[in-house]
Design a protein around this ligand. Structure first.
Ligand code: DGY
Length: 422
């Protein structure tokens, strides 16, 4: 039985209102284009009301895939002055215009989920095309973003992680030289309260990294080898491991034996390599610098994606559950993006504390799959309560439940429809 028909209606209306014809903006004003992982989650929401529209969302996203396999993080389908950095700042020269970086590889997981739930013929043209797009994107990660050869994911811009201003990036960002940053005007703080957004000195560093990529002609080899920001992200490493397993299911269904063998090898490599991120002191998997090898030592919501990726021995899982238990002491609503008391914790500021439902969703799915049903239920219940209390915000304070960032947010509506509102 659905939990709240009125919220169901509101969620559907948000998706329809944010639909720009073939793709969905995350929210009106603040994010006026198509974002990569937003679209993947939005497709799950659309699948509950209009399957054809769900596939279209994904197809529009992959239509902007680069020849080297990268699926870009933003596709600038139309002109909009209300966002910085726009297409001319990125200067990738692509048609349609795109950014030059990627975002979390959750697409294959979503494609598998929608495909299985509708029982589509895996050999149909649509599935073949999406399968090939996901395979090319995963190969891009393996080719350009695995400098240590251990099956984990290095990011070259903090925006790629989707967890833009997580404190995990602070030390690495602190080393980024901003002396050559061309003057610019932020637009985000014209849409929402600046206290909910990254700080100005952080933004300068984001722009400096972007300028490095642009100066290289968006050469992904140069950026990976010589770029100013090289972090192995715990979130994307877990997500790619999961997505490789999901892609393997598709490869087997399609009878692509060579790719299946390749994917099995990748999965085994990542399962073995993931311990490179384990931090015994923190009792969690933590993002780690690919250049200095320094661990962030921070427990974030992404640390709990270990369950989603199905990794960790009994000791590691027990430590992660301990961390989850600890979070309940300071957070009224799980799952905060940073633990209260950690350096830079701020319950309203973007990825330094607020709850983000898409990460909660992945963590809860993983916890349920690994037998931690009560924790999965707690996260799901808290997520539903946040929407019931505050509506469909971009994120929420783990302390008060108040919404932060943009309102009428597409992926929050999608999570309600596909997960916590059920
Ligand atoms: C932004 O502009 O804040 C986006 O998160 C970048 O992807």
């Amino acid at each position: 039985m659905r939990r709240n028909p009125d919220l169901d209606r509101q969620a559907r209306e948000i998706l329809v209102r944010n639909d720009r014809g073939g793709y969905t903006v995350p929210t009106h004003g603040l994010y006026p284009f198509q974002w990569n992982w937003d679209s993947a989650f939005v497709a799950l929401g659309f699948a509950t009301l209009d399957r054809e529209r769900a596939w279209q969302e994904i197809e529009t996203l992959v239509s902007a895939q680069w020849e080297d396999g990268m699926i870009p993080h933003i596709i600038f389908h139309q002109h909009d002055e209300g966002y910085f950095p726009g297409p001319e700042v990125w200067g990738t020269g692509r048609i349609p215009a795109t950014s030059g970086i990627t975002q979390p590889p959750v697409l294959a997981t979503v494609v598998r989920q929608i495909w299985e739930s509708e029982g589509a013929d895996p050999a149909c043209v649509r599935m073949q095309r999406l399968y090939r797009a996901c395979l090319a994107s995963h190969r891009w990660f393996h080719t350009y973003r695995d400098p240590l050869g251990n099956g984990l994911v290095m990011v070259t811009h903090n925006w790629e992680t989707g967890r833009d201003n997580s404190s995990e990036w602070d030390d690495a960002l602190g080393r980024v030289d901003t002396s050559e940053v061309v003057p610019y005007q932020r637009r985000d703080t014209g849409h929402v309260d600046a206290a909910m957004r990254p700080k100005q000195e952080e933004y300068d560093r984001y722009v400096a990294i972007l300028q490095f990529g642009k100066a290289s002609g968006w050469n992904h080899r140069t950026i990976a080898d010589e770029g100013p920001f090289r972090m192995v992200d715990v979130g994307m490493s877990m997500e790619l491991l999961r997505a490789n397993r999901d892609l393997l299911v598709l490869a087997e269904a399609l009878g692509d034996a060579d790719a299946a063998t390749e994917l099995r090898g990748r999965i085994a490599l990542s399962e073995e390599g993931i311990d490179w991120l384990w931090n015994e002191e923190a009792g969690a998997y933590c993002s780690r610098d690919a250049t200095t090898h320094e661990s962030s030592g921070l427990v974030t919501n992404a640390s709990f994606l270990a369950f989603y990726a199905g990794v960790g021995n009994a000791h590691q899982r027990a430590r992660l559950i301990e961390a989850l238990q600890r979070l309940t002491g300071s957070a009224r609503y799980l799952l905060p993006s940073l633990e209260a008391g950690s350096r830079a914790y701020d319950h309203r500021r973007y990825w330094r504390g607020p709850v983000w439902l898409v990460v909660s969703y992945m963590a809860a799915i993983g916890l349920a799959e690994q037998g931690y049903t009560e924790w999965a239920n707690r996260i799901r219940e808290d997520s539903a309560r946040l929407i019931e209390r505050s509506g469909f915000y971009e994120s929420f304070s783990p302390e008060t439940g108040e919404g932060s960032g943009g309102p009428a947010f597409s992926w929050t509506a999608a999570m309600w429809l596909a997960w916590c509102g059920q």
